[in-house]
Design a binder for this molecule. Structure first.
Ligand code: GUN
Ligand code: ZN
Length: 426
C-alpha cells in the first residue's frame, strides 16, 4: 500500500564538500510517495496530491523529511556502559568494555541489549547502523534477529580477538575465521542484513588472525571489513611495538590483506602521510566518531583536510565509547571538533555526513541515505522547533539551513517526530 508523506523534503544531488550548497535541495512544501518499501516519487505536495488522489496522506507540516540517519560505526554490546567515567582508551576497554562484552556469552542478555539498542537508536531517528558485536556468535545472531524483526538495513559482524583481551573474550586465528565464515553464510544478504568482517584492532589480533580474516575478506569480496585505526597516541605506540616490522599502523592491516575499498577504518585521527595516501588510493572509508573522540580523549579528526583530499568519510556515534545514541548530537560534536581545527562545517555538510556520507562509506548510497525515486524508504521526520530554546532560535531563521542548525546543535529525541522503515511508519 502506498503512502504520501508531506513536509519540507531535504535531499542531496551531490557532495556539499565538493560542490557547496548546490548539492542540497529542500522543498518547503514537498512530498515523498512510498510504496512496497521504496520511494516511488518525490515532488511538490500539490502535484503529488493531484497525481495520487487515492493515496493516504500523512502531512507533517513544516517538519523536515530526510533520509533516516546512518550510524557507520557502533558497538551495540556497549549500550549499557555508555557514559562510563574517567578512562582513556586502553583502560576504558579493560575497565568497562571487556567485562560488559563477556556477558554476551548469554544469548538472553544479548537479545535484551540488541532490542534495547534498536529501540534507543530508532527513537533518535537512526534507521541504519554498522555495528561490532562481541566475540560470541550468539551476539551476532541477537543483533541480526533484532534488526530483522524491525526490517532494518544493518551491517554487523563478530568481533575477533585472539590476544590482549580476557580469556573469556578470546578466539583463535582459526576459530575467528571459522565462526566469521559461518555467520557470514548465515546472515550476509539475508533481506536487508549484511555481514561485516570484524577484527577489533591490531593490538587484539595476532598476525595469524589478521591474515586469516584478510583471507576471508578475499574470499568474500562483496563484504565490508571494519576495524579501528589510529585512535589514541598510546594505542599507536602499542601497535607499533606489537608489529615491529610494520611501516605504520595502517600497514598492520595492509600487510595482512585488510586494506582496500570496502574497508571501514574507525577514528583515523593520527594518520601519517603514507597512511593517508594509501587510504585515499584504495578509496577506503574513514569513519569519524566525534563524541567518542572527545569523550575518551582521543583527538580531533581532520575533516576539512581529509574531505578536501577526496577521502570517503562517514559519521558515527561509536556507542558506547561515544557518549550519545543521537546523530544530531554527533553532528554537533563534528561541528565543534571542526571548529577547534579552524573550519566551520555547514549544516548541509553535517546533515550530508549523517545520511549520504555514511551510506557512501558503507557503499550503500544507491539504497539508503537519500530521498530519490528508487531508494529504500527509510525516513526520519524532524521537528525543527522541538523545544522552546530551539523554537525561539529557529523563529529568526532566514533560510532552511538557519532553521536546521539549532536542531543540529541542541536537538535530541524530542525532535524526532517519526521514523519510516521500508515505507512503513513505525
Ligand atoms: N578500539 C578497539 N576497540 C574499541 C572500542 O570498543 N571502542 C573504541 N572507541 N575504540 C576501540
Ligand atoms: Zn569502535
Amino acid at each position: 500500500m502506498a503512502d504520501l508523506i508531506l513536509g519540507q523534503v531535504l535531499s542531496y544531488v551531490g557532495d556539499p564538500f565538493q560542490v557547496g550548497l548546490a548539492a542540497a535541495s529542500c522543498d518547503s512544501a514537498g512530498g515523498v510517495l512510498v510504496d512496497a518499501g521504496k520511494i516511488v516519487a518525490v515532488g511538490s505536495a500539490q502535484e503529488l496530491r493531484r497525481a495520487y488522489p487515492q493515496t493516504p496522506v500523512t502531512d507533517y507540516g513544516h517538519s523536515l523529511i530526510s533520509a533516516g540517519f546512518i550510524d557507520a560505526h557502533v558497538h551495540y554490546p556497549q549500550t549499557a556502559i555508555i557514559g562510563s567515567w574517567g578512562k582513556r582508551l586502553i583502560e576504558w576497554l579493560n575497565t568497562y568494555t571487556f567485562p560488559e562484552e563477556i556477558r554476551f556469552a548469554d544469548r538472553d542478555y544479548a537479545d535484551i541489549i540488541a532490542n534495547r539498542y534498536f529501540d534507543l537508536t530508532l527513537a533518535q531517528g537512526t534507521t541504519s547502523v554498522c555495528s561490532y558485536c562481541t566475540i560470541h556468535p550468539q551476539s551476532v545472531d541477537a543483533f541480526f534477529t533484532a534488526a530483522h524483526e524491525r526490517q532494518l538495513r544493518v551491517w554487523g559482524g563478530k568481533t575477533c580477538m585472539d590476544r590482549n583481551a580476557p580469556e573469556a573474550l578470546r578466539d583463535t586465528a582459526q576459530s575467528g575465521y571459522d565462526d566469521s565464515k559461518s555467520l557470514l553464510a548465515k546472515w550476509h544478504r539475508k533481506d536487508r542484513l549484511s555481514y561485516v568482517i570484524t577484527p577489533r584492532f591490531s593490538p587484539t589480533s595476532t598476525p595469524e588472525q589478521l591474515s586469516a580474516l584478510g583471507a576471508l575478506w578475499g574470499e568474500n569480496p562483496d563484504c565490508l571489513m571494519q576495524t579501528h585505526l589510529s585512535e589514541q597516541t598510546d594505542e599507536i605506540a602499542w601497535t607499533k611495538s606489537l608489529f615491529p616490522t610494520a611501516r605504520d599502523y595502517l600497514d598492520t592491516y595492509e600487510s595482512h590483506g585488510l586494506l582496500r575499498k570496502g574497508g571501514l577504518y574507525g577514528h583515523s585521527i593520527w594518520l601519517e602521510e603514507r597512511e593517508k595516501s594509501r587510504l585515499r588510493e584504495m578509496d577506503a572509508s574513514l569513519i569519524h566518531c566525534p563524541t567518542s573522540n572527545t569523550f575518551i580523549g582521543s583527538g580531533l579528526f581532520d575533516m576539512d583536510g581529509l574531505k578536501t583530499a577526496g577521502h570517503r568519510v562517514g559519521l558515527a556515534t561509536d556507542t558506547g565509547g561515544g557518549s550519545s545514541f543521537s546523530m544530531l548530537r554527533t553532528m554537533a560534536a563534528a561541528y565543534e571538533v571542526a571548529q577547534l581545527r579552524g573550519r566551520a562545517l555547514h549544516p548541509a555538510e553535517l546533515w550530508w555526513l549523517a545520511t549520504v556520507g555514511s551510506a557512501s562509506a558503507l557503499h550503500a548510497d544507491h539504497q539508503v541515505g537519500n530521498i530519490a525515486p528508487g531508494m529504500e524508504a527509510d525516513l526520519v521526520i524532524v521537528d525543527l522547533a522541538s523545544t522552546p530554546a530551539i523554537e525561539q532560535a529557529t523563529r529568526r531563521a532566514a533560510d532552511i539551513w538557519q532553521a536546521i542548525f539549532p536542531t543540529i546543535m541542541m536537538g535530541d529525541d524530542r525532535a524526532i517526530r517519526d521514523v519510516w522503515i521500508a515505507g512503513k511508519r513505525r
